[in-house]
Structures are given as structure tokens and as C-alpha cells.
Design a protein around this ligand. Structure first.
Ligand code: FCB
Length: 421
């Protein structure tokens, strides 16, 4: 017997603008890429998957695999390349893309900020600029008004906590800072920016559904018998998974060590929750690592690893985070889930095992309404360049040739049947 999903379940793939469009020259990432040593192997995003000119080629692939939904993002730096200067041609291109999805019966879920900023925002301080919240809300409002007939399903920010850790604490993403206080201030501005955009979007489009995509992972102590491992795991669990989302419920951002910031306008600003799930985190307390806050990442000796040891394959963790997400009482979408697997030998079983956990969560009463696999086609994987291959279709970025992997046909069957065969 096939295992059926609820009527109307959303089946999609997920992408982000910078990773697929190509030539996003007004973005902070474009400048970041130019300096040596920042992207593995000296790779460049370049044409990426050439979506700016030919996204429809990949929309056709979405049709081939029977998707009824797609998650994509728009680049603020294309729509507003200079402060206050709106690019009508870019807006028209995005409307054209959204219209092409609609024509194919594919419902768009549009992210407004996925890891990139216009360079002019970065020049003013990026997420430390006290003008970023109103500027982001103005951009969101204008784009939502223009796209309103074509899209009503929005994500303000993608993985805000992990992104700001990479950008302000680990220095892996622009602006390359490694300063805890800067991280905290950036987090505050991000909560304010989300809240301002949430209200601006609802003003522009009362029927809009607005959420965030949160990277959620179980955080487990390496040795559950050790109190310090347990304490570390529970603090990290709060900080990485729940601190930001709690702020969007209560209007209070509460960090460790007594940090506190009231953002009353953020209270109750989620209509749904997007969950990006990849793997679990196991941590040990290690006195030799003061600069990493005494955290040593640990991995079970028998862990099944994806390409380049990027992530442990751990489907049970998806059930764990979906259960935990019930605390917010919101509809849930799995807005990303996938793995780098260039020879596609792990991916089919990965998809099955994770969807079994989604089905289990639904049967327990968690309102999971959709699943977006990361990703349709291999794309530019940030600091890892082209080295990690997440696509259901492999891509040769120079020739722009796509090769269908067995997973594409398999996932397509699931989308078509609305069931695990
Ligand atoms: C997520 C990001 C996405 C992509 C995948 C592999 O954390 O949101 O852009 O990089 O990881």
C-alpha cells in the first residue's frame, strides 16, 4: 500500500536567488567572492544556473517531476540596486517568472532575504545598520504589491540565526566579522526587520501568509552522562533553534547571559513556520576551545555521512524537530531538506526515510502542509562553491547542461502520486 499524504499537500523544490540566477553583481556576495580564499577552490557563482535569463528551463523540469509548489527567492539588490532606485525591468522579470510558475500549476513560496544584501546596504553596516528594518520593509512592501496577483506566500528571512553566525561570529560569510557583540546586535536588527516586513506585507496584501524558514536541528550531548555536555547542548538548542522563533511569538529576544531586547512589534508575527532540516548536532564541552565557546562538535563513530563529510544522514532528527515545532501551534512546511550526493547513491533512500518521518509527524497531529527538497539542480553553494552537489539534476555550470539523476524520477513519482510508493 502506498503511504498517502493529505489532500493538497505541497510538493516542491527549494532554491535561492543568488545560488541560481547568475551575475548578481550588486549583491554583497558578489564583492565577497572576488577576494581570494573565501570560496572553496576559488570557485565563482558566475552564471550560476542562469535563471535570470532561463529560469523557465528549470521550471519545465519542475513540471516533469510533477511539482505543485516551488520555493524561490528574489534579490533585493536587483530590485533596488541603489538606495531608493527601483529597477522596473527586474521587477517585470520576477513577475514573468512567477507567472510562468503559475501557468505550470506551481504555487510559488517567495523568500525576500536569503543570505544576501544589496552592496549599498552592506556599505551602511549591513545587519548592524539601524536603518535596515525600515529599508527592508519598504522593499518588501513594494515587491509584494507588484507581485500580489501572482504570489501570497512569503518568507521574510532564511535561517536568520545560522546566517548571522556565519556572517558575524565565524566570518565565513560577508561581512566576515568574528565579534559576539556584533552578532547579538545583528540578531536584534534581524528580528526588527522581520517584524517590520511582516506588517508591511500584510498592509500590502491582507491575505498574505508570512513566515520565516528556520534551520532546526536536534542538539544532543556527546556523552549524556556528563553534566557539562548536557548543559552545553541545552543552551545551544535554545540559542540555535528557539531563541529567534520565541522572539517572534513573545516580542522579547532573550539571549544567554542576561541579554534581553524588547521588540513588541515582533509579537505574533508568524502565520506559519518553515523548517529547514539537514542533520543533527552532537556537542562535547571542551576546555581547550575557549574561542569556540568550549564547543567541540562530535559525531557517532558509525555515522552515515554525505559527500565531503558535510552532514550526517539522520532522518529521525526531522521527526524530533517537527514534534518540537508543535509548540508554536502553526502550520509547518519543510522548506528545505536534502544532502550533497553527487553520485546519487544515498539520495533516494534519504528522501524516503525523511518523508516517512514527515508522515509520522502528520499522523501524530503536527500540521505539516508541504515539503520542498533542496534542491532541483546543483547550484552555487556559498563558501563551498560548486563542490557540494545538492541537485536532483546534476549541473555542469560551464556548459549549462543538466543530467537527470535517478532521484529526480523517484521524487517525481512521489509528487505525482501524493504518496510514498
Ligand atoms: C541551507 C541554505 C541553502 C543551502 C542549503 C544547502 O542552510 O539555506 O541556501 O545552502 O543549506
Amino acid at each position: 500500500m502506498p503511504m498517502r499524504f493529505p489532500e493538497g499537500f505541497r510538493w516542491g523544490t527549494a532554491t535561492s536567488a543568488y545560488q541560481v540566477e547568475g551575475n548578481n553583481t550588486a549583491s554583497d556576495w558578489w564583492q565577497w567572492e572576488q577576494a581570494p580564499g573565501r570560496i572553496r577552490g576559488g570557485d565563482r557563482s558566475g552564471l550560476a544556473c542562469d535563471w535570470w535569463r532561463h529560469a523557465e528551463r528549470d521550471f519545465d523540469l519542475m513540471t516533469t517531476i510533477h511539482q505543485n509548489a516551488a520555493r524561490l527567492s528574489v534579490e533585493w539588490s536587483r530590485l533596488e540596486p541603489q538606495p531608493g532606485r527601483w529597477d522596473e525591468a527586474a521587477e517585470a522579470r520576477y513577475r514573468e517568472m512567477l507567472g510562468s510558475l503559475r501557468q505550470r500549476g506551481i504555487e510559488p513560496l517567495v523568500t525576500l532575504n536569503h543570505f544576501t544584501l544589496p552592496q549599498w546596504v552592506a556599505d551602511r553596516g549591513g545587519w548592524l545598520w539601524d536603518g535596515i528594518a525600515p529599508a527592508f520593509a519598504a522593499f518588501a512592501s513594494r515587491f509584494v504589491r507588484s507581485a500580489a496577483p501572482l504570489a501570497d506566500f512569503w518568507i521574510t528571512v532564511n535561517e536568520p540565526v545560522g546566517y548571522l553566525i556565519s556572517a558575524y561570529l565565524q566570518g565565513r560569510f560577508p561581512p566576515g566579522r568574528t565579534n559576539p557583540l556584533a552578532f547579538w546586535r545583528a540578531l536584534r536588527e534581524s528580528v526588527r526587520a522581520h517584524a517590520a516586513a511582516y506588517h508591511a506585507i500584510h498592509d500590502a496584501q491582507p491575505a498574505a501568509r508570512v513566515g520565516v524558514a528556520a534551520y532546526l536541528r536536534p542538539v544532543q550531548p556527546a556523552d549524556p552522562r556528563l553534566p557539562l555536555d548536557r548543559a552545553l547542548a541545552s543552551r545551544l538548542d535554545y540559542t540555535l533553534n528557539w531563541m529567534y522563533l520565541d522572539a517572534l511569538r513573545s516580542g522579547r529576544l532573550v539571549g544567554l547571559g542576561g541579554l534581553r531586547f524588547n521588540v513588541p512589534e515582533a509579537a505574533g508575527t508568524l502565520d506559519f513556520l518553515g523548517v529547514n532540516y539537514y542533520t543533527r548536532t552532537r556537542v562535547a564541552f571542551d576546555l581547550r576551545r575557549p574561542r569556540s565557546f568550549f564547543v567541540r562538535a562530535d559525531r557517532p563513530y558509525d555515522a552515515e555521512m554525505s559527500d565531503a563529510d558535510y552532514s550526517e544522514v539522520y532522518p529521525d532528527g526531522l521527526l524530533t524537530v517537527l514534534r518540537a515545532a508543535r509548540r508554536y501551534g502553526l502550520p509547518v512546511y519543510v522548506t528545505e531538506n536534502g544532502l550533497p550526493d553527487s553520485d546519487d547513491d544515498l539520495r533516494p533512500r534519504f528522501i524516503t526515510d525523511h518523508l516517512l518521518r514527515v508522515a509520522q509527524a502528520i499522523s501524530e497531529g503536527t500540521p505539516v502542509r508541504g515539503y520542498y527538497h533542496w534542491s532541483l539542480v546543483d547550484n552555487f553553494e556559498w563558501a563551498d562553491g560548486w563542490s557540494l552537489r545538492f541537485g536532483l539534476y546534476a549541473l555542469d555550470p560551464l556548459a549549462q547542461v543538466r543530467t537527470r539523476l535517478p532521484s529526480a524520477a523517484y521524487y517525481g513519482e512521489i509528487c505525482r502520486q501524493n504518496a510514498l510508493p
